[in-house]
Design a protein around this ligand. Structure first.
Ligand code: NCD
Ligand code: ZN
Length: 354
């Protein structure tokens, strides 16, 4: 029995791993995981192999996505030092630009000021720029938003000082927005120790004080909840030098519904953070006749069993939550029901030329 109807949710930070990482996730499994999590639109990150920094990789990705996705997918273009003259070309079929200022999985990185300036000058002003910035790099992003008078979105903010400097920038009227992941709201560095490689991601899990400060900003400074769904196989996580990244598409809504149950935020605020604000910031269309039906009272334990993600594990396995996703309807078609994907492959659309 479902007792709550939500709009189709948006995840603005998903790694679908196509091209080059299809053993971790592919378009079908990643978008199936999204639907299972009540998410009907995902924005796919560009740190693929090779990265999405050239028209050739964009073309390959668009072709592979056609007929292979269950939910709607928008693509991020990636910023690299050699490719800034290609950005206008890439912008036509991508929804936003991603700039990596700090270390994470994959080689995509911007570490010099000329490239950063070129990104801000050449990326169309009508489209968003999202930045992976940790620590003092957040101040660099705020400076760029001020200098070029254009919106900057900060990915996965995780520390007390980062959210505080973003709050200060917002008080000055600067056009900055930010997302926080469920793992940075629900887990701490103590969980990282318990989970080992399955609790390792960038930014790393933080202190209890960081988590409490993020929670204190959930009704004010934080604009979006985003998963940073970053699947890696268990074999990769078990090997030497395990890659950072954890899954999140299927657990994000149950965790946030649990936070609503615990009165950490209202249901109206959840909808702003997981649907309205992501759509506004990234100018994403609202699919018609689309809804997520939830049983908001069911209490159960999250498990690796039955996950749609190809890598088959979650750092939240074993955690009790309140709120189960029963059914998802996308453009009038039932696409998920009681643990099963009922959509036809190809029911999702690639968002382009918006
Ligand atoms: C991400 C990945 O695996 O692609 N890893 C991570 O720890 N978050 C990269 C990223 O989003 O920074
Ligand atoms: Zn990411």
């Amino acid at each position: 029995m479902s007792n709550l109807i939500l709009p189709g949710l948006v995840d603005i930070h998903t790694h679908l791993r196509v091209p080059g990482g299809e053993h971790k996730e592919d378009f079908a499994t990643g978008t199936a995981a999204a639907l299972a999590g009540g998410i009907t639109t995902v924005l796919a990150m560009p740190n693929t192999t090779p990265p999405l920094t050239t028209p050739a990789v964009l073309e390959e990705t668009l072709q592979k996505a056609q007929h292979a996705i269950y939910c709607d997918v928008g693509l991020f273009a990636g910023a690299g030092p050699e490719q800034t003259d290609l950005l206008p070309k890439l912008s036509r079929y991508t929804v936003a630009l991603k700039i990596y200022l700090n270390d994470t999985f994959g080689p995509l990185r911007v570490e010099d000021l000329p490239t950063l300036i070129a990104c801000f000058k050449t990326w169309p002003r009508s489209k968003a720029i999202a930045i992976h910035a940790e620590g003092q790099s957040v101040a660099v992003g705020i400076g760029l938003a001020a200098a070029y008078r254009r919106p900057v979105h900060f990915c996965h903010i995780s520390r007390k000082e980062e959210i505080e400097v973003i709050a200060a920038a917002k008080r000055q009227g600067l056009p900055v927005t930010c997302e926080v992941t469920p793992h940075h709201l629900f887990l701490t560095e103590a969980d990282a120790e318990r989970l080992g490689p399955l609790g390792d991601m960038r930014p790393r899990l933080a202190t209890q004080a960081d988590v409490e400060t993020l929670s204190a900003h959930i009704n004010t400074t934080i604009d979006c909840i985003a998963t940073d769904h970053a699947p890696h196989t268990l074999a990769e996580k078990d090997a030497d030098n395990p890659p950072p990244g954890v899954t999140g598409l299927e657990t994000s809504l149950p965790l946030m519904l649990t936070a609503v149950k615990e009165k950490r935020l209202t249901l109206e605020r959840l909808i702003e953070l997981m649907a309205t604000n992501p759509r506004r910031i990234f100018k994403l269309p609202l699919p018609p006749d689309t809804q997520v039906e939830v049983d908001a009272q069911t209490r159960y334990t999250l498990s690796n069993q039955g996950l749609q993600t190809k890598c088959g594990w979650s750092p939240f396995s074993g955690m009790a939550v309140t709120g189960r996703i029963r059914r998802v309807v996308l453009r009038g078609e039932e696409v998920f029901k009681d643990g099963q994907i009922t959509a036809q492959l190809g029911s999702g659309k690639v968002l382009a030329e918006n």
